[in-house]
Design a protein around this ligand. Sequence first.
Ligand SMILES: Cc1cc2nc3c(=O)[nH]c(=O)nc-3n(C[C@H](O)[C@H](O)[C@H](O)COP(=O)(O)OP(=O)(O)OC[C@H]3O[C@@H](n4cnc5c(N)ncnc54)[C@H](O)[C@@H]3O)c2cc1C
Length: 384
Amino acid sequence: MDFSLGEDLTLIRDAARELADNEIAPLAEEADRTGTFVWEQFRKAGELGFAGMLVPEAYGGSGLGSVALSLALIELSRACASTGVTLSVHNSLACGAIVEFGTEAQKRRFLPAMAAGEVLGAYSLSEANSGSDAASLKASAVRDGNDWVLNGTKLWVSSGSHAGTFIVFVRTNSNVEKPHRGISAFILPRETPGFTVGKAEKKMGLKGSSTSELIFEDARLPVDLMLGTEGQGFEIAMKLLHAGRVGIAAQSVGIAEACLAASIRYSGERVQFGKPIQEFQAVQWKLAEMRTRIEASRLLVLQASWLKDRGEPHVAECSMAKLFASRTANYCAKEAVQIHGGAGYTADFPVERFLRDARATEIYEGTTEIQKLVIARSLLRDGP
Ligand SMILES: Cc1cc2nc3c(=O)[nH]c(=O)nc-3n(C[C@H](O)[C@H](O)[C@H](O)COP(=O)(O)OP(=O)(O)OC[C@H]3O[C@@H](n4cnc5c(N)ncnc54)[C@H](O)[C@@H]3O)c2cc1C
């Protein structure tokens, strides 16, 4: 067994680290304060190849795979969690959808600009009344000659206000016994007639990422923009989410690392009772606990990504990585605020942003509770 990253992966991680420290971190506080979308950060990441990490070279990407993507997401999310989620969704859920299920023509049309970071991708499954129960979604598409005509409203779309290419899931058949069999996937370009982006949510955190409503009013898509086959949409949605989750787990590790670094820094500077507070064992225990949970999370993320790259079963592993890493991010953010005392509760220190950003990691791409369902299902079916 070899836990070293090797030369190529080390180079990728270091390039992401340099980008994160020099170009992304300096913009993070302002993006959060002003709610400015992380366009500049996304484009910079794109210039270095971080927007096309799952896209094969033939379509303009680097095809480096899931381990490389996870390493990059950890580094970039350490600097800015909004940049992390934007890149995770773009790579895993949007580019990944077309790479895995697209036709040759769809790949040639959409992937090169997305891999270059010129066009941002989004993934739209959730609706107001279908979140965890995604199979109950209501937005629909009806065939009309050579088009599909879409109607309805989607919600919670990360990057929705800024994306150019959307992967959308709608109902194409209501007369099926099992509702998930009536769902199909489409690639929807932003300029599609009848398609508009609605309101953006006012969120607790991740303020540099837009989270928006999509509205279809007789939106017309040519039949060749269906992704996969009719009725395959739910299978596509789940397959992407199972793997995409590890990206959110990587984002969580990045947030947790930022919390630990801030806590070490502050506890070394803050003096109470005549000494830096990190000389108190109670504070050291917090740091040790954070470090240990981060390391365990990182190993789960890398293992799940490695299994995915090898084409081995990885669904439960991705869920375990997300379950543990997202909780670790929340644990570390809470402890980081505690170590900062009153200062941690103010916007003068970044840990309050980390706490607000961390909260989402236990909700999107499947809540903590849904991860446990996925893990338990696999455990009871396949054994430990
Ligand atoms: C910042 C942000 C970005 C997002 N980005 C996207 C995106 O890009 N694309 C997209 O499609 N969606 C996106 N989402 C939506 C997200 O995936 C959903 O919020 C999530 O799946 C939960 O759905 P819900 O909010 O409807 O909660 P609900 O499903 O209503 O869940 C409410 C509570 O009930 C629990 N619960 C529900 N069912 C069960 C069950 N069977 N067993 C136990 N507990 C259960 C949940 O765990 C949760 O605690 C985003 C959400 C947020 C907050």
